[in-house]
Write a protein that binds this ligand. Structure first.
Ligand code: HEC
Length: 159
């Protein structure tokens, strides 16, 4: 069955993306990277695999190409911090400050539209003045997939 290797691959994607982010900062060598830890913890918890098992090889591209659906991708990646119901209560997000956004909070939507959501998913929240803890995920998605991810996030919007 394909599920286990895919999740191991995702853990590696998480590491790749988070190390890209931290590489831009002036973080001291050897210091624990909270984003990387959060992503790894979340993905390991989601997959049921330990860190050692998550190291095993498997082409990342294969994981990316394997059938896309916004719901699955959200569930496997975003939900680790944002929660599968979009409430901002994912296990990997619990220790983050600022906390992951809750997409079911009407106040969240007061000053946000689809374009902003697309920008944030592609370029990270830092691109709109937010926290680098919301990493850029654009490398994972085609333009069309990005729009589907944004629409999925918007589907949590109350009314
Ligand atoms: C490692 C934890 C983590 C993961 C994984 C994560 N996010 Fe976030 N996200 C955050 C945090 C923290 C914030 C709050 C940033 C802020 O307040 O500046 C956030 C904010 C956001 C926002 C709102 C940004 C704004 O200010 O308009 C959106 C939209 C979002 N995330 C979507 C996603 C999507 C889609 C995914 C999956 C592709 C994802 N996030 C994965 C932690 C995460």
């Amino acid at each position: 069955m394909r599920i286990a290797p895919d999740l191991r691959g995702l853990a590696r994607i998480g590491r790749t993306l988070s190390s890209k982010v931290s590489g831009d900062s002036d973080q001291k060598k050897g210091e624990a990277d909270p984003i990387q830890q959060a992503v790894e913890r979340g993905l390991a918890a989601a997959s049921g695999y330990s860190e050692e098992e998550a190291e095993s090889e498997g082409p990342v591209e294969e994981v990316i190409a394997a059938g896309f659906s916004a719901q699955n991708s959200f569930g496997q990646i975003c939900a680790t911090c944002h929660g599968s119901g979009g409430e901002g209560d994912g296990a990997a997000g619990a220790a983050l400050d600022p906390a992951p956004a809750s997409f079911i909070d009407p106040a969240f939507w007061q000053d946000r539209d689809r374009d902003r959501i697309i920008t944030v998913i592609r370029d990270g929240a830092a691109a709109v003045g937010g926290s680098a803890l919301m990493a850029p995920w654009g490398a994972l998605y085609t333009d069309d997939q990005l729009e589907q991810m944004a629409d999925y996030v918007m589907s949590f919007r109350p009314n």
